[in-house]
Design a protein around this ligand. Structure first.
Ligand SMILES: *Cc1c(COP(=O)(O)O)cnc(C)c1O
Length: 376
């Protein structure tokens, strides 16, 4: 079977291999069969191993849904009665976490910090001092809207020193940047299958400490479908999700996991890094400027400032690239005009070289002068 190859430079779903796409084509199976539960058990173990967690101490809880569901599940399930969450907000995804708290009416402190630099432990410590009832500290590891990386170890250590658990959204770094859950002082992290793992959409997972999951049994149940303890307990009891799992997506994730181990943690990170380097090089050659200082980037997303050129029209440039099989993505940071190029997915340097040829032609077609110009 020939499947047309598309190059996705958006921040997920990512470009996948054909072997992962085809892994979805399996004989029909009822997900309540033991055969399917065994597949999920192996997948859950492997998901923990990706972040170097010991299987006795950590487990993975799968959900049918996109990554936001995991944010929802963690925030609504891991806060004891009368306690407060601290949301470290320096980007669009942590702003979403604060919004989830508002939807559930969860007591929380929203610590708003500049979106263009890593969260500082000093600011977080000040907030923890001011709110001693804080039981959960939440931060986004890689803010996908800007490409910014937050310091997990520093934030996790602080959370623990102040008697809180540390929950981090690793949706856009998991299975790409090497990460050790214990060494980074993480209690819970999360991701979805279609980003770093290069699987399909519709399967997401929370990875976290078993003892804290057990402790959360008595916490208020604020959601019926997204309760973390309930899903965990169902997996422990039956090996299954409580409700219907995304069957074919699970098979694709299992194949994606095979390919993850075949490429290896170091090899995969090296590939994402050389793809990102090719993105930086291509942008520089055209005169583009990035929003976030290079050393503060996670090395997976470039948020690029739109040029000050009346001919610049993101939609037109996007459409011209899309016709050639390449997808670029708009920005996500308040008023600053940006677009994004991402190094997720099954890509390598030649894909980016091909992209920049197409991108350059699209700029010419739109009449954008190169090198691109900025007023400041
Ligand atoms: C993609 C992503 C999510 C989940 O977004 P969905 O639209 O639900 O897939 C959550 N957090 C981060 C940091 C992400 O990059």
């Amino acid at each position: 079977m020939q499947i047309k190859r598309k190059i996705l430079l958006n921040p997920g779903p990512a470009t996948t291999t054909d072997t992962v796409k085809l892994a979805q084509i399996v004989p029909d199976i009822c997900p309540r069969e033991k055969e399917f539960a065994a597949q999920m058990a192996a997948l859950r173990e492997a998901l923990v191993r990706v972040v170097h967690g010991g299987p006795d101490q950590y487990t993975a809880v799968l959900f049918c849904g996109s990554g936001t569901l995991c944010m929802d599940a963690c925030l609504s399930s891991l806060l004891p009665e009368g306690k407060k969450a601290l949301i470290v907000n320096n980007g669009a995804y942590s702003a979403r976490a604060a919004e989830i708290c508002r939807y559930y009416g969860l007591p929380h402190t929203e610590l708003k910090l500049p979106y263009d630099r890593p969260a500082t432990p000093e600011a977080v410590e000040q907030a923890l001092r001011a709110h001693p009832e804080t039981a959960l500290v939440y931060s986004t590891h890689h803010e996908t809207g800007t490409g910014l990386l937050n310091p997990l170890y520093e934030l996790g250590t602080l959370a623990h020193r102040y008697g809180a658990i540390f929950v981090t959204d690793t949706t856009s770094s998991y299975a790409m940047r090497p990460l050790s859950i214990a060494e980074s002082e993480i209690d819970f992290c999360m991701a979805s299958a279609q980003k770093g793992l290069m699987g399909m959409t519709g399967l997401s997972f929370v990875i976290g400490r078993r003892d804290l999951l057990e402790a959360s049994r008595t916490y208020p149940r604020r959601s019926y479908y997204c309760n973390l303890y309930r899903q965990y307990a169902c997996f422990e009891r039956t090996g299954e999700m409580e409700f219907t799992p995304p069957v074919q997506t699970v098979y694709a994730a299992i194949q994606a996991m095979r390919e993850y181990w075949a490429e290896g943690e170091a090899g995969k990170w090296a590939r994402h890094t050389r793809v990102m380097d090719a993105i930086h090089r291509g942008l520089e050659a055209l005169g583009f400027r990035e929003l976030i200082q290079r050393e503060w980037q996670a090395g997976l997303v470039a948020a690029v400032r739109c040029p000050d050129d009346p001919a610049w029209d993101f939609e037109r440039v996007h459409d011209a690239c899309y016709r050639q099989g390449f997808t670029i993505y708009p920005g996500k940071v308040g008023s600053a005009g940006t677009f994004r190029l991402c190094a997720l997915g099954a890509l390598d340097v030649p894909d980016l070289e091909a992209f920049f040829t197409v991108f350059r032609a699209a700029l010419d077609e739109c009449g954008v002068s190169v090198p691109v110009r900025y007023c400041d």
